[in-house]
Design a protein around this ligand. Structure first.
Ligand SMILES: [Fe+2]
Length: 319
């Protein structure tokens, strides 16, 4: 498994401090200037200034220096330049233009959280006390880790070549005859989703939370300060199985709070029994959600500021 981690991403936005303050109110700490994270993972987001919102950098990890050399070789075969310095490889996403850095290492371990006591038919796990979600509702739990990001791309083939054939992301599922591709570099069903877009843009980024109560409480807290931030949720996705709630951040980028995503620990078993290159019609769990809103609103795939993003990119000679 050459790639083994999505470590952090850099967001660029016209008002980085407003975006950083927003994430601090969600429970992330500012662990350095422009760097946000948690005690478990001090670096999850970096935020810097730009004239428009976009992804600035993706930071990945791989297991060995040999993996790094093989990534450099594969990128070279695709005609994509990279620079390796010590145990770090740097290159540029050929479609989006953001930096991609791969370090030899692995994501910092996460402190495990015990499931909260619950009651269900035939089983009483919480006796004579209120649910924890009720007792602690004044304090939404902080995001635990940056889990995935989603790119809208005007050149799906080139994006797939770069991330799959070059960097080595593995395909978990594809839908609509390969139009949207769910990729992983960890055990998560997806750490990256590539989907079509009229211009190259960051569709959303996603933080994993402890459980569905944490997702609900964190989303509700966002709405209490920004009632128009709601995008779609709460529901459970079909592909990835994760509980989701999508909202927008102060820069206008969609983000997702999620929990309980499928974990793929046996690549071969997944390929044989579950991985599909073409979920279509009723032959498989196609569709946006297993329960919850069946379809996202139009602005989910077509954010209102896309023309402005396209114009800013064109001014820099980017597609
Ligand atoms: Fe997502």
């Amino acid at each position: 498994m050459p790639l083994n981690g999505l470590l952090d991403i850099e967001l660029r936005a016209p008002d980085p401090s407003a975006l950083g303050d927003f994430w601090m109110r969600r429970g992330l700490g500012r662990t350095d200037d422009g760097v946000y994270g948690t005690a478990d993972r001090p670096v999850q987001l970096t935020i810097a200034e730009s004239d428009h919102r976009h992804l600035g950098e993706v930071h990945l990890s791989c297991e060995t220096e040999q993996d790094l050399a093989e990534i450099a070789g594969r990128l070279g075969d695709l005609g994509i330049a990279s620079i390796t310095s010590g145990t770090t490889l740097s290159c540029t996403d050929p479609v989006h233009g953001h930096n991609v850095t791969v370090d030899v290492g692995e994501p910092p371990a996460l402190r495990a959280v015990e499931p909260r006591p619950s009651n269900r038919p035939g089983h009483s796990g919480r006796l004579t006390e209120r649910a924890d979600a009720v007792a602690t509702r004044a304090e939404p739990r902080a995001p635990r880790r940056l889990g995935h990001f989603v790119l809208g791309t005007p050149d799906l083939e080139a994006s797939q070549r770069f991330y799959v054939d070059g960097l080595g992301f593995r395909v978990s599922d594809q839908i609509l005859n390969g139009v949207a591709t769910f990729l992983r570099c960890e055990a998560d069903h997806h750490n990256l989703l590539l989907q079509p877009g009229p211009t190259a843009y960051l569709n959303h980024y996603a933080f994993e939370l402890d459980d569905i109560d944490a997702v609900g409480a964190a989303g509700t807290a966002v709405l209490s300060e920004r009632p128009d931030a709601h995008l779609i949720g709460i529901g459970r996705h079909t592909l990835g199985s994760n509980v989701f709630w999508y909202l927008t951040d102060p820069a206008g980028t969609a983000f997702e709070f999620f929990s309980d995503m499928d974990q793929i620990h046996d690549d071969e078993a997944w390929e044989r029994d579950h991985g599909r290159r073409d979920w279509e019609g009723s032959d498989g769990p196609a569709g946006f959600s297993a329960w919850g809103p069946p379809e996202p609103p139009p602005e989910f795939f077509d954010p209102p500021d896309l023309p402005a993003i396209a114009a800013a990119r064109a001014a820099r000679g980017l597609a």
